[in-house]
Design a protein around this ligand. Structure first.
Ligand code: PMP
Length: 393
């Protein structure tokens, strides 16, 4: 078996630490343990009913055949309108994840470099490696707001650099790049024409401060920018698997060639649902953002009240990314992975170690969960740390 599975492109791939942890939590739960999993990046709200109805209608109306590879004309037109581009500059894929994979498979030659500021969403480096590229991870510590500086970007660029992957709002840090910060990075990129930008804006509608789209702040780079977005997070549609890319038509066409051989395009019924989400009542975005903001405030305050924990305020998305380095040292833990494993065993709470996101010493806790689970999860972590760190009330 091992001799058979020998494609070099999967040699260094591991099952995502997030998936492993979530699965371990599920196994413990099925064995009767009382487990609170705060590990996955999925809103707990339901898909809006009008979206589900649109899918039902589409299926009954016979939209059950192979869709066009790049996406249905209606959905591409709606995405083009939202982004102020033409439909030829839009591809619809099976989740934002496939947009990323299409882009890397279409553009990278072996050992081409992709700059990934850390902390980053775990799949970025694996997708780059799967496509034969080389992830160049740049640590962006908490003291710099978890953001890439123009100096660090300049120093990392080589003749082999093909992409900079940006994610604002960020999973896992919640950092948002301001217009001025984007401009400063754009000025560096202007000097390096071989470098394209992949701007993953999937948490756009979960911003608690003003959000700037990369293309709006750096329009002069539009001919080498790919924006990634989708319905998973904003409209609670993770299972429908619809995401899209907006970029130069030639890149979109090449990504379509990849997609055509892998999936033939995204589900026609899900595309009808996504169209209803994009063109229907948008007031739910504000209601859900307000609910997430209230949870964020609660979770950040709860974490900062714990011994050895420092949690900066996430400006977007639905994750807290506290620094646990003092708790790790004071509690005699070996690493962030060790403290997270201990929290799952001792407190029955699943959170993901920072090393999975390229920034050890932290952990990611999702607050896309019901208030009572967040409350219970926080109080268990707090109590466990109090005991381990010898804090007396
Ligand atoms: N980008 C980021 C930053 C994400 O967090 C996720 C989901 N965890 C995705 C992309 C993929 O989303 P989708 O469900 O559309 O594939």
């Amino acid at each position: 078996m091992t001799g058979f599975i020998r494609a070099p492109r999967i040699a260094n791939l591991e099952i995502s630490e997030i998936v492993q942890l979530t699965e371990k939590a599920a196994v413990l739960k099925s064995q009767g343990h009382d487990i609170i999993a705060l590990s996955t990046g999925e809103p707990d709200f339901p898909t809006p009913p009008h979206v589900i109805e649109a899918a039902h209608r589409a299926a009954l109306a016979g939209k059950t055949r192979y869709p066009a590879t790049l996406g249905t004309a209606e959905l591409r037109a709606a995405i083009a309108a939202v982004n102020g581009v033409s439909p030829a500059e839009v591809i619809v894929s099976t989740g934002a994840k496939q947009v990323l994979a299409n882009a890397m498979l279409a553009s990278l030659a072996d050992d081409d470099e992709v700059i990934i500021p850390a902390p980053y969403w775990t799949s970025y480096s694996d997708i780059v490696a799967l496509a034969g590229g080389r992830p160049v991870v740049l640590p962006c510590p908490m003291t710099r707001g978890f953001k890439l500086t123009p100096e660090a970007l300049e120093a990392a660029i080589t003749p082999r650099t093909r992409w900079l992957m940006l994610n604002s709002p960020s999973n896992p840090s919640g950092a948002i790049y301001s217009a001025a910060e984007i401009r400063a990075l754009a000025e560096v990129l202007a000097r390096h024409e071989q470098v394209w930008v992949l701007s993953d804006e999937i948490y756009e509608h979960l911003s608690y401060v003003p959000f700037t789209r990369f293309r709006d702040a750096a329009p002069e780079l539009a001919d080498r920018t790919l924006v990634v977005n989708g319905v998973s997070k904003a409209y609670s549609m993770t299972g429908w698997r619809i995401g899209w890319g907006v970029g130069p038509a030639a890149l979109i066409k090449a990504m379509g060639a990849v997609q055509g051989q892998i999936t033939s395009g995204a589900s026609s019924i899900s595309q009808a649902a996504a169209l209803a989400a994009l063109t229907g009542d948008q007031s739910l975005l504000e209601t859900r953002r307000a609910a997430m903001r209230a949870r964020r405030d609660h979770v950040v305050a709860g974490l900062n009240a714990m011994p050895g924990v420092v949690c900066p305020e996430p400006k977007g998305a639905f994750y807290a990314f506290p620094d646990l380095s003092r708790a790790i040292a004071a509690g005699g833990f070996e690493s962030d992975a060790a403290i997270c494993a201990w929290l799952l065993d001792q407190a029955g709470v699943a959170i993901v170690p920072g090393r999975a996101f390229g920034l050890p010493g932290h952990a990611r806790l999702s607050f896309a969960y019901a208030e009572r689970d967040l409350e219970e999860g926080l109080s268990r972590i707090h109590a466990a740390l109090d005991v381990r760190l010898g804090v007396t009330a």
